[in-house]
Design a protein around this ligand. Sequence first.
Ligand SMILES: [Zn+2]
Length: 299
Amino acid sequence: MIRYLPKACLFCPEDDCAEELYPRNFKDGDLDADVFSARRVTEHFHYRMVRCKRSGLVWSREVLPDEELARLYAASKVTFSEYAGIIRKDYWRPLERFRKDMRWGSALEIGCSSGFFLEELRERGFADVRGCEPSLEAKALAAPTVRDGIHSGFFTDATYPDDSFDLICAFQTLDHLGDPLAILETCRRKLKPGGLLYLIVHNADALHAKIFGEKSTIIDVEHIYLFNPRALGMAIENAGLDALGTFSIANSYPMEYWLTHASYPLKKTALALARATGLNRLRLPLRLGNIGIVGRKPA
Ligand SMILES: [Zn+2]
């Protein structure tokens, strides 16, 4: 019997803001490490989901305890390396507009997986590139140029000294955390004054989330808190950072990816057709539901 941990709204002190979205749709024994593997084709398990009537924040009302989550993530598999070369470019692009605020010393990525974005940061000119990653398999897949900079484990206050980094990045990570505000606080302390924090998360207000509702890929047991642009800005400012800009992220995956990862009728037929015609290899940049934000630690 699993003891689930209740989760409250991040922003409303009275916790009186929650409206019900969906009931939990799995049994205790259904969860294993495969369910917690990044960007896998989702099983669509999810906890009971609620939404804050004021901020639009969506969250899982009762979740697995942290120790249990840590165990599942450490054993999780890497399932998305074929798209790493595309993702690193897509994630770098929005940073270009913050060049004037950027210093090129030390950078950290929280949840760096196999380190593909660390390679991008190195190639872009960061002198010292670090990562935190709980999945042991992911670190083993990292390129030799970045592997030694990867810490195997979760990002905690003890992992790095304060005032260490010019840039901290976390992609599709904040929505997986049981206490995202505490992590953002820690990020602020680990940034040097004037340093930048760059986050990408799923957009709880995205069109596909509205169309597919409970069947949307973002309604998933891996996601504890799901932000919209407003809630993401609130989270950043709550942590004492100045929000410099919120923006949508274009993902230029091939059709194969979109057809595999979306929820829609006649999926098998559509995939077979696309593969037979070669359409599955067509690259299609879409702004479908990822939002980014850049915040700065006050100097
Ligand atoms: Zn609320």
